[in-house]
Design a protein around this ligand. Structure first.
Ligand code: G1P
Length: 314
């Protein structure tokens, strides 16, 4: 099995569901207070997730408006930051860690909003001929074990190879927001599915008709978690999809190319012991902050503060 050396994060979407915050701020740069008590853009959490899981290079697909901000964020220390060492040690440490992450980051510009599939296709040269891990940039990942979500997925991938998508259990009413899949449990690894069907943002009726997973409770489906391990063959599928002009709702969807990979076989899905919180929608952003808060440095104080508010609603 080839080691995963590269990660791709897509952060080029327009973020309309988070308007007006996203008017001047790229959705993935929305700040959260992380478990370590430090306020960071959500994108940094994903770069940390990749680098701390052993990835050597991280490609971030950006749009022309956000490129400068994202590059500057992961860029070299400014002369002022470099002077902080003596008097503001804590700030210097943070800036230095950012630089450590930033040295692994490259940006790839998507000039036009042509969809997630198109954004990923632009990374073909960056990825080259090797398997890679791809993250949905607007997700905050929170592991429930001592292993990061990515590490959990990599462990399963070491046994399955092929394509592996992490999935999460999702209630029926949220299925129309997400890519959804179903499949058959593997005899030798019952917690892993061989994927047999996949749809991008299905209606509830479509999900009921085509995407039921017998091992899941009624009304629950598997939607993408936001971590995929793709073989380089994904780019051939994306190329074909783009050449044939296969758009959905005007955009080139990643799910279309994933379906093409699935038809070639060896497409697996696994659950992760953790949560993926979608900061692209207000409720998910709020949940992400609460979950990070409760899981981190301020968890005890936060719980107490919430309890102290009792039943107060305002
Ligand atoms: C994208 C993907 C979809 C995935 C979702 C997660 O949609 O197309 O398959 O489930 O991200 O947020 P978007 O949210 O960009 O519309």
């Amino acid at each position: 099995m080839r080691r995963i050396r590269k990660a791709l994060i897509t952060a080029a979407g327009r973020g309309t569901r988070q308007f007006p915050a996203t008017r001047t701020l790229q959705k993935e740069m929305l700040p959260v207070v992380d478990r370590d008590g430090i306020t960071k853009p959500a994108l940094q959490l994903l770069v940390e997730e990749a680098v701390e899981s052993g990835v050597e290079q991280v490609g971030i697909v950006v749009n022309p408006e956000s490129e400068a901000v994202i590059r500057a964020y992961f860029g070299a220390l400014t002369p002022e930051e470099a002077r902080w060492e003596n008097d503001k040690h804590w700030l210097y440490q943070q800036a230095e860690y950012l630089q450590h992450l930033g040295e692994r980051v490259v940006t790839i510009v998507q000039q036009e909003p042509l969809g997630l599939g198109h954004a990923v296709y632009l990374a073909r040269e960056f990825v080259g001929e090797e398997p890679f891990v791809m993250y949905l940039g607007d997700h905050v990942l929170l592991s429930h074990t001592e292993k990061r979500c990515t590490e959990q997925v990599l462990e399963i991938y070491a046994r399955t190879g092929g394509t592996l998508s992490a999935v999460r259990r999702t209630p029926e009413e949220r299925v129309p927001l997400y890519g959804t899949l179903s499949g058959e449990p593997l005899a030798e690894m019952p917690h892993v599915l061989q994927v047999t069907a996949m749809r991008e943002k299905p209606t509830i009726e479509e999900a009921r008709a085509h995407l039921r997973v017998p091992t899941l409770p009624e009304g629950t489906y598997y939607c993408f978690f936001g971590i995929n391990l793709f073989p380089p063959q994904l780019f051939e599928c994306l190329e074909r999809m783009i050449a044939e002009g296969r758009r959905m709702r005007g955009e080139f969807q990643l799910t279309t190319a994933q379906q093409m990979l699935m038809e070639q076989g060896n497409y697996y899905a696994c659950e992760v012991m953790g949560e993926a919180l979608d900061i692209g929608i207000p409720q998910g952003y709020l949940e992400a902050q609460v979950a990070l808060g409760l899981a981190g440095t301020y968890g005890g104080d936060l719980r107490q503060w919430v309890r102290g508010r009792g039943g107060r609603s305002g």
